[in-house]
Design a protein around this ligand. Structure first.
Ligand code: ZN
Length: 160
């Protein structure tokens, strides 16, 4: 079966930042699972998956626009430490969750003061070009329940 809208794809991936240090590798755990056609993975990766079958291996390079977007320089903000989930003073480089008016926001700490921290709310991979090595493990028809939930169910996907 080929990857098309409303198929469930499971795959292993190796991800690296082009020209950078960031790396991820799924091969130690369960394959990733997503419902095709519902933006369950990055747009650039989803487009490259179309038409693939189980056993296919391929490499795709994804521009920031088709991954985590460009960096927004307004994304650096000063927030009171008491607005951080956990309310403890973090270290520079630590990932924190900010309780903002608009909801919970994940951010990276760039500076620590006495009562405030400067955080960068950009995704750590914003503005980065990414390279994926993909191995398609399985492609199956989605269940009606999965289509109505707009995500895949099972290990590596949503379990609820
Ligand atoms: Zn569901």
């Amino acid at each position: 079966m080929q990857v098309a809208n409303n198929t469930v794809v499971s795959f292993h991936y190796k991800l690296e930042e082009v020209g950078g240090d960031y790396k991820e590798d799924s091969s130690d755990g369960d394959p990733m699972l997503y419902l095709h056609g519902h933006r369950g993975v990055l747009p650039g990766l989803e487009d490259a998956m179309k038409g693939k079958v189980a056993g296919d291996k391929f490499t795709v390079q994804v521009s920031p626009e088709n991954a985590y977007g460009q960096r927004n320089e307004d994304g650096i903000q000063r927030v009171p430490i008491k607005h951080l989930i956990g309310r403890k003073k973090p270290n520079v480089g630590e990932l924190v969750t900010v309780n903002a008016k608009s909801g919970k926001v994940n951010a990276t700490v760039v500076k620590v003061g006495r009562h405030t921290v400067d955080v960068d709310t950009n995704h750590p991979l914003a503005g980065k070009e990414l390279k994926f090595d993909i191995e398609v493990v399985d492609v199956r028809e989605a269940t009606m329940e999965e289509v109505s939930h707009r995500h895949a169910h099972g290990p590596g996907g949503h379990q609820h």
